[in-house]
Design a protein. Structure first.
Length: 288
């Protein structure tokens, strides 16, 4: 018995040892990648408590030598920060609600209705996802200009109220909802709007939650499009308003870092509260 199981036991021990070493290497690699990605965020927070001279010091310092809240006080007192914050919150929330409505409704139509050209329209819609946004800048600007929305918050909302990715995500999920539920509701005399509101929306909450999170974060962090259509400082969103400190305060990096640190707070809150939905959204997008 000893002669039979001795080599097998040694092989099993070697396999466990190799597996332990492999997991250790894997965790070390992941830790290094996590540190690499979190380092810019840490430097931003650290620089918010430094003076401009310390930020530009060579070699740089990881931690502030003399932490101070002066940059935060300057940002809150010398700039309409809360107005910019309200603009970003209004624009991001409105875009998120409109995208959830339009994409869930369009996804329901593409998934459960049959009409001529449905598949062709859906393919063309998917093709728009391959077009880079800078290519659409001039056409989008012309449309917004014709609607007399330039230099208004509606110029940020209207072009973003429909998402091709959102329609694709909702269509793929709603297609898996059994048709028997919809047919039973129709036999009971329920109108289509009632079916959409009482059956489709409750069942499609997981992808809608994921789509809402991604849409809110994208709208909150958007910089290029507001830079094109917004000319008034009072109507700026937070990413665009950060340039105020460079132009008005002669490259005050401490003010920029302080403002950026406060601007990222809603993003962190959204991630902490909805991190499970974010992970489920990534899994759902991969499966669909």
């Amino acid at each position: 018995m000893t002669m039979t199981h001795g080599p097998a036991a040694g092989s099993l021990l070697r396999q466990r040892r190799y597996r332990t070493i492999g997991m250790g290497v894997l965790y070390t690699l992941f830790s290094l990648v996590a540190i690499l990605f979190t380092l810019p965020f840490f430097l931003m927070l650290s620089s918010a408590f430094k003076s401009s001279a310390e930020i530009l010091r060579v070699p740089p310092t990881l931690f502030p030598a003399d932490p101070s809240f002066d940059a935060f006080r300057t940002v809150l007192n010398d700039a309409p920060f809360f107005r910019w914050f309200a603009n970003s919150l209004l624009v991001s929330s409105t875009i998120t609600l409109l995208v959830l409505f339009t994409c869930s409704l369009a996804g329901y139509i593409f998934a459960k209705f049959r009409f001529p050209g449905r598949d062709v329209i859906f393919v063309v819609l998917l093709m728009t996802m391959m077009v880079p946004f800078p290519v659409l800048l001039i056409p989008s600007y012309l449309v917004v200009n014709e609607l007399n929305l330039i230099n208004s918050l509606w110029a940020l909302i209207v072009p973003a109220m429909v998402s091709a990715f959102g329609i694709f995500l909702m269509r793929q999920f709603i297609a898996g909802i059994p048709n028997d539920l919809i047919e039973a509701a129709r036999l009971d005399g329920a109108p289509e709007w009632s079916i959409y509101a009482r059956i489709i929306v409750p069942l499609a909450r997981p992808p809608m939650a994921a789509l809402g999170i991604f849409t809110f974060l994208a709208a909150w962090n958007d910089y290029l499009w507001p830079l094109i259509v917004i000319n008034d400082l009072e109507k700026s969103t937070l990413p665009l308003a950060l340039t105020f400190f460079n132009s008005q305060h002669a490259q005050r990096y401490d003010l920029v870092m302080a403002a950026a640190s406060m601007a990222v707070i809603p993003v962190i809150i959204v991630f902490i509260v909805f991190q499970r939905q974010i992970v489920n959204a990534l899994v759902l997008a991969g499966l669909k």
